[in-house]
Design a protein around this ligand. Sequence first.
Ligand SMILES: Nc1ncnc2c1ncn2[C@@H]1O[C@H](COP(=O)(O)OP(=O)(O)O)[C@@H](O)[C@H]1O
Ligand SMILES: [Mg+2]
Length: 1140
Amino acid sequence: MSKMEVKTSLLDNMIGVGDMVLLEPLAEESFLENLKKRFDHNEIYTYIGSVVISVNPYRSLPIYSPEKVEEYRNRNFYELSPHIFSLADEAYRSLRDQDKDQCILITGESGAGKTEASKLVMSYVAAVCGKGAEVNQVKEQLLQSNPVLEAFGNAKTVRNDNSSRFGKYMDIEFDFKGDPLGGVISNYLLEKSRVVKQPRGERNFHVFYQLLSGAPDDMLKKLNLERDFSKYNYLGLDSATVNGVDDAANFRTVRNAMQIVGFMDDETQSVLEVVSAVLKLGNIEFKPESRVNGLDESRVKDKNELKEICELIGIEQTVLERAFSFRTVEAKQEKVSTTLNVAQAYYARDALAKNLYSRLFSWLVNRINESIKAQTKTRKKVMGVLDIYGFEIFEVGHIVFEQFIINYCNEKLQQIFIELTLREEQEEYIREGIEWTHIDYFNNAIICDLIENNTNGILAMLDEECLRPGTVSDETFLEKLNQICAGHEHFESRMSKNSKFLNDHTLPHNCFRIQHYAGKVLYRVEGFVDKNNDLLYRDLSQAMWKASHNLVKSLFPDGNPTKINLKRPPTAGFQFKASVATLMKNLLTKNPNYIRCIKPNDKKAAHIFTDSLVCHQVRYLGLMENVRVRRAGYAFRQTYEPCLERYKMLCKQTWPHWRGPAREGVEVLLKDLQIPREEYSYGRSKIFIRNPRTLFHLEDQRKQRLQDLAALIQKIYRGWKCRTRFLLMKRSQITVAAWYRRYAQQKKYQRIKSSAIVVQSYIRGWKSRKILRELKYQKRCTEAVTTIAAYWHGTQARMELRHLKEEARNKRAVTVIWACWLGTKARRELKRLKEEARRKHAVAVIWAYWLGLKVRRDYRKFFRANAGKKIYEFTIQRIMQKYFLELKNKMPSMSPIDKTWPARPYLFLEATHTELRRIFHLWRCKKYRDLFTEQKKAIYDEKLEASEMFKDKKALYPSSVGQPFQGDYLEISKNPKYQKLSTLVEEKIILADIVNKINRANGKATPRIFLLTKNSFLLADQKSGQIKSSVPLSDLTSASMSAQTDGFFAVRVKEGTPAAAKGDFLLSSDRLIEIVTKLYRTCLSSTKEKINIEISDEFLVQFKQDKVCVKFVQGSPKNGSVAACKRKNNRLLEVAVPSP
Ligand SMILES: Nc1ncnc2c1ncn2[C@@H]1O[C@H](COP(=O)(O)OP(=O)(O)O)[C@@H](O)[C@H]1O
Ligand SMILES: [Mg+2]
């Protein structure tokens, strides 16, 4: 299905009029009325011919969607309701298809929506032009250049939260297919004074706030910045944040955009460093310092900030500090240095900040241009978009030099507007072959001349004043103006020769007023000279040039001392004039498209339409003028085809189809409608209609005719519809009837057919049954005959069989009887044979048994079972016999100590052998003992006693075993020497020997005679035989000695006895064993009590009153192998015993 083309027109469903040219009557009131009406219905765009008026809606409308783009794409300008897309589409198509360079001029005052409009145009063009990876990248870069420039060049003002503070002209370049190749951006006059000071309620450039709130902490630290806005003098505090604007998020957007546009990371970083340096410059403060000559000289107050700035941009601190304190003026060969006072220092500081920032901005624009410039050298088509800040008329305080310049630019734009519109109009008339009639309109060339004239224009005079030697001030400049421009009809001033202003009190003394095309504007001259000079002390630019920061250095090429240029740099006004001239020249070569932006209210609010404000803008934008120019000849024009298409229903000849050229059709049509001939003109391709009224008349008639046509169409359609329905119903009825008849006949036929079949089947059945019955009878007859024959044959056969069977039976009986007889005989014979065989077997068995018995009886005595035992007993007897006999011959000696004993011959004799040995030994001992005398027996008794007491207890004992106990070694009675002693002792002496008595005091030994008798023991002097002490044995309690080899022993005395007064005896003798044994035995036999024998290496001895401990230690005493005694202290007597 082919797409049905719906022809629409701007004139359909119009609210007010979509094109102001059609406004009737044309007056300011109706103009405003129309704008307002459309604005209230969300129609923010209205045409004046091909110019688009845009009223800022201050809210987002759903009219920029991709669907809208599609709707406006490739449609004619007047086909749809007014839209900025329509203009963009027209411009783009004309560029692509007709190879005409385009420019889109967007004007309007601040906040009217110029920048938005430029963005819309760019985005529309981006959406409709070619696609592809490369093209998309170009588009993306072009679009992303916007956020970057806005961050650095836009600021919040009282009129607009995102006001562009620079003029921007962007050329977008396309190839022959209409694909974008790249672009070039030019910037005009950045409002740099904003860097150091902002009017109330306004902000500095966005980038400062974005940097402070959006940069990550580490970046801020690197840049030596703090987040707090209030720390910076250059940031006005009263409106630091803007409603609905997220500076931090925007910062990220800007960084991202910079990346897309192609900024390297280090470039971005350098840019931010310069921005921080500017911000920090504002914090440098100066203080006065008096000098000898009475003048004040400025000094930096806090050097810290200065130091940080210097670090940031790599300048030696002293260099910058000096640049803030001195100013060097060079003239010819002379160099004069003067010091700056505080005010001058501040001026220098601010000038530096402004210069640094504006140069950075220009650098940014150049850098972006480098990125987005077209790569190919092929011929390009260009679409320029101009977004320059608008004409402004404010209360006195605000209008300053910059605005003067801007207004000048707007004046120039108006001029080319007039020129181009008229030229276009004229060209069209010529093209269409229509006679040109003169149009009366205001030409503002005279105002432009007032400003830009090279000899006596205002700018020229300002430059002259700036260059003039001697004292120059804003006042002298005004005076000059008064002299020269006084006669100009658009110039007004109190002092001018024109006396009519003398009493005009709205005109202050320090001001002049210019009557612009758009209205009168009052300019205060204050700051004109200064700003035009745009002076930066050379010391500062030279200081900046010395920076090691590459970007900063490159921004100040004029600081290079080798390239000193003594000529003054061109003034700001001069530069601007030149760039405006270039711009104008550029624009004049292009096909212009206008967008006129209007701000509906001062509150930035939606839905409010302030008549006075709009009226003012309409006036100074020259819109009425515009309409008038447009209508000067003919108000409406249209090519013949759409015109005929639209109005052909108004004439019988052209309706419904006109076969022939469109122009003739239109001619016929207009003649038929009897429209006065002077109301229209035929061009070559267009019909020109002089008056909108005519057009509206046509439109009304068309509307009426359309209604009539609609009624006609409706009528015909209804008739056609009813007839069609009737025919259809009739056709249906016939079809239904035919179908029904057919159906009924079919039913009847089927019934008859089935009845015939039933009757037929009955008859056939009856016939068949009859035949069947007959056939059955015949069959039965044949069967009967067969049966009878069969029975007869059967009887015959049975009889024969019976006969044969009888015969056979007889024959068999004979055979059986014979067989039975033979069987009986055989069985009898078998029985007899079996009997005989059994008997024979029994005889054989019995015989065998009997033989066995007989043999066993004969041979029993020869069986081995009896022989074994007897042989065993016999063998044992023989062995024992032999053993005893051999033992008798091998007997050992009779000595009890003989340990020998013959070896055991057999293991089973072990017990016997040992027992025999034991018995033999006992017997041998008995024999030995029987040989002892009474005397010897006593001696051995004694030895035995000693053994029991000391064996394994005292180490001295073994040496005593071999010695016979003689007892009396001294032979007292026989020795004359002891005559006296023997007389004193009447009793028998049991033991006499020399012992050593140990001195109690020092442990020294003294020999004494030791005598033991039956009742007592004595100690006597060895030489004299005198008795030293005598103790009855009943007074003794115990004897103590060590377990060692020594002969020391103590004899203890019972307490309370006379002997006890002297204490115990400590003696020493080699014959200790004998002495103690005898002492013990004697005591036992005389007192019947045992004394205690104590063997210990440590015992106590009672000496008189003291108890002394006798301690035996092992060691090597000095006197060799003899034990020695030594008194250690009054409690200890130590005996050193030689080690064994
Ligand atoms: N077509 C529009 N649709 C919605 N809002 C708009 C439109 N045009 C302008 N605005 C609003 O007006 C504000 C100012 O517009 P802007 O283009 O920056 O003004 P100018 O550049 O003329 O100073 C924008 O920030 C935006 O909020
Ligand atoms: Mg703007």
